[in-house]
Design a protein around this ligand. Structure first.
Ligand code: CMP
Length: 134
């Protein structure tokens, strides 16, 4: 079933100049890019986006990192978009991500892990609305 997910190319990957390679992979995997925008999140934007993690010990550091530079937010569409994008990204921790995944190729640490993707239908709807209100 056709589904939508929110993808982010995080500031570490933008600084590495690999936006193009990641977008190419997205296209090769058969996603349609419905919306795409370069953003520089403020600390408060990042805190709002990651509000579900507000009680985690990494919340402050994660939101510092996510507001440290430009990021690319994308609305992706495909059959099984949520699970497929998670597979293409690989495990959250790049050290555990399988070869061939984006986090294996471009991630640096569990925090600086190059890309983000929604983890379920409800979070996808919430995250898409967060960046692409229509
Ligand atoms: P992401 O898919 O964007 O969702 C939440 C983010 O929190 C995750 O990727 C990581 O970047 C970060 N994260 C998750 N677990 C940890 C952790 N243990 N330490 C630091 N950052 C983490």
């Amino acid at each position: 079933m056709t589904e939508r997910t929110l993808a982010i190319i995080k500031p570490d990957a933008v600084k590495k100049n690999v936006i193009g390679r990641i977008v190419q992979r997205i296209e090769e995997e058969g996603f349609r890019i419905v919306e795409m925008r370069l953003v520089h999140l403020s600390k408060d934007d990042a805190k709002g986006f990651y509000i579900v993690h507000k009680d985690r010990p990494f919340y402050d550091s994660l939101t510092d990192f996510m507001s440290s530079g430009d990021a690319v937010v994308m609305l992706l569409e495909r059959e099984d978009a949520i699970a497929t994008w998670r597979k293409v990204m690989g495990a959250t921790d790049p050290a555990k991500a399988a070869p061939g995944t984006l986090r294996h190729a471009y991630g640096f640490s569990i925090e600086r892990n190059a890309v983000h993707g929604s983890d379920a239908r409800e979070t996808a709807a919430w995250e898409i609305n967060h960046f692409f209100k229509s």
